[in-house]
Design a protein around this ligand. Structure first.
Ligand code: 17E
Ligand code: FE2
Length: 418
């Protein structure tokens, strides 16, 4: 199959590319006079993309599929705090059944697929003696393989040392088949538990050979310092970029001298970061009067320090966030506003936060990226550049996974009648 006139990742020139057997076979720049080095083979299907923007697919590095689409059950979160969200979910999760979790998660994944997402890292609460949601999400991951790729995080929502049998449950979740191990140091009862919980999961990560993704310091408390422990362990064990620190909103409240000192360790450790701008602008600053903190992590500073940072959606209509359509474009739009990354080039490059940078968190490696020999995963947007795509919330016209069309959208017709 030959695709013509693709605008690969904002490039000023156009590219023709061929896919076969689920892979990119060859790519060739279209010359100024419109001719290409790639001629159609006999009987070959040719699709002219007409200069539309082509990107590697969106990667959702942080979402909670187990709670997706439960907003209002049994009640809405009225304080808008993380803690009320945890209380509501603690009630709601008892009503989870295997099939019910799978159905909601699948519905949320379909919303995401329509928006060009193909790779997803989902947290699954393992502070449940039956591990219902975790088992359901692992099964869904296996069923969707080849269409959408999921990673499941064993996520101890109510703590490891602060929840009955927390240590055993997270280990059991890894035995069942979670791909990633998590923690929640800022929610543990004490600072000692917080440090011990991180040491424990680092040991589990080594024992089970899994990646690490911690809900780390998601609180407006400048004294919440799980991040330094996590980064130090990542450095000392060599787990390095196999570790991701999600949220890290407390960095917003760290004093600048401490953050400056910490930055050296963060860079040396090579850990990844995920900022969730939709959800953390909603959940943080709730105990402030005025001025109110924005409460997202220090994205610009981390990028400037050379750290890998991605943007995540975090929730779709659940106890923590009542909104959302699973669209990485909404996440990016909010992310560049709240992090003040609005120079033209910063806007143009911001697609990387939900593509390449997120792919690095998930360790997709050679399974990702538009290059000869790699799997033919890509999306076509109804815009010429990412700048236009963000401004118009361009539709993802088509989404190809391993050369297979998994989602398509007809463009909206908007007419001016004056
Ligand atoms: N759980 C948590 O601890 N933090 C969040 N932001 C969400 C769930 C969504
Ligand atoms: Fe989260």
């Amino acid at each position: 199959m030959l695709f013509r006139n693709a605008r690969l990742e904002n490039s000023s020139s156009l590219t023709d590319f061929r896919i076969a057997d689920g892979k990119f076979v060859e790519l060739s720049t279209v010359k100024e006079d419109g001719t290409s080095a790639l001629l159609p083979l006999p009987q070959e299907e040719v699709i002219d993309l007409g200069g539309k923007l082509v990107l590697p697919p969106f990667v959702e590095p942080h979402i909670h599929l187990d709670s997706a689409l439960t907003a209002g059950e049994p009640r809405f979160n009225l304080s808008g705090t993380l803690f009320e969200g945890i209380d509501i979910w603690s009630e709601r999760k008892h009503a989870c059944t295997h099939e019910e979790v799978k159905e909601r998660a699948f519905a949320a994944l379909q919303m995401m697929a329509k928006n060009g997402v193909q790779f997803v890292r989902s947290h699954a609460d393992c502070t449940d003696p039956k591990l219902t949601a975790l088992r359901a999400l692992c099964e869904l991951r296996d069923e969707l393989k080849g269409t959408m790729e999921l990673q499941i995080v064993a996520f101890p929502q109510e703590g490891i040392h602060s929840f009955p049998n927390g240590k055993e449950l997270i280990r059991k979740a890894l035995e069942i088949g979670a791909d990633v191990v998590g923690a929640i140091p800022h929610f543990e009862f004490t600072r000692e538990y917080s440090v011990d919980s991180l040491n424990y999961i680092i040991e589990l990560a080594q024992e089970f050979d899994v990646l690490v993704d911690v809900h780390c310091d998601e609180i407006d408390d400048g004294a919440s310092r799980g991040l330094e422990t996590l980064a130090a362990r990542a450095l000392e064990t060599g787990l390095a970029d196999r570790v991701t620190a999600s949220h890290t909103t407390a960095t917003h409240s760290y004093n600048n001298a401490y953050f400056s000192k910490l930055t050296r360790l963060l860079r040396m450790s090579e850990i990844n970061f995920v900022c969730n701008p939709l959800v953390n602008t909603h959940l943080q600053g709730r105990f402030d009067t005025y001025p109110k903190r924005r409460g997202v992590t220090r994205v610009k500073e981390l990028l400037e320090a050379g750290c890998n940072v991605a943007f995540g959606h975090d929730d779709v209509r659940d106890p923590w966030y009542p909104m959302g359509d699973g669209n990485p474009m909404d996440v990016t739009h909010m992310g560049i506003h709240v992090n003040q990354m609005m120079g033209y080039q910063q806007i143009m490059d911001s697609y990387k936060m939900v593509t390449h940078n997120a792919a690095r968190c998930l360790h997709l490696e050679d399974n990702y990226g538009i290059a000869a020999g790699r799997p033919a995963h890509f999306i076509v947007l109804n815009a010429d550049t990412w700048y236009d795509a963000l401004n118009t919330r361009a539709e993802v016209l088509s989404s190809y996974h391993g050369g297979k069309l998994i989602a398509q959208t007809q463009p909206r017709l908007k007419e001016i009648l004056f």
